[in-house]
Design a protein around this ligand. Structure first.
Ligand code: IDP
Ligand code: MG
Length: 137
């Protein structure tokens, strides 16, 4: 099977809290390779494309506002089974119940907001990865 690529984002909360280095260190210690990396202040249009599957959900507007609140770090990451592997490193969506040992479980918490600020995004399939990488790079 060919080596995979995925899109990882360090979301605005991760950048603002100074956790970019910690998150990159976890990715590098796991053994995945950085192919490209950039600091991005995304437009609403770019975010609407990225999060199209969530349009209409109660957290959609708060999610876009949150993602426009500051820069994110976009990372093109490669490695065999990196899509599954990064999602495992990240932990589940809700940081309160995400497993200790994961990025969200160790570094995230609930802040009582309409959207969960959970530090990172990772593509969830090969189709999503190809689509999302073309939006951010
Ligand atoms: P994922 O980031 O774990 O793949 P998705 O379901 O794709 O989760 O949701 C995208 C983002 O929207 C999440 O990372 C989180 O920031 C936010 N989100 C998802 N579900 C909820 C929810 O039920 N309440 C508040 N925010 C949510
Ligand atoms: Mg998702």
């Amino acid at each position: 099977m060919p080596t995979e690529e995925t899109l990882v984002l360090v979301k605005p909360d991760g950048v603002a809290r100074g956790l970019t280095g910690e998150i990159l260190a976890r990715i590098e210690r796991k053994g995945y390779s950085l192919v490209d990396l950039r600091l991005v202040e995304p437009s609403r249009e770019r975010l609407a494309k990225h999060y199209a599957e969530h349009e209409g959900k109660p957290f959609y507007e708060p999610l876009l506002e949150f993602m426009m609140s500051g820069p994110s770090v976009a990372i093109r990451l490669t490695g065999d089974r990196v899509i599954e592997g990064f999602r495992s490193l990240a932990g589940t969506t809700d940081p309160t119940s995400a497993a200790p040992g994961t990025i969200r479980g160790d570094l995230g918490r609930d802040w009582g907001l309409k959207v969960q600020q959970n530090l990172v995004h990772g593509s969830d399939s090969q189709e999503s990865a190809a689509r999302e990488l073309s939006i951010w790079f």
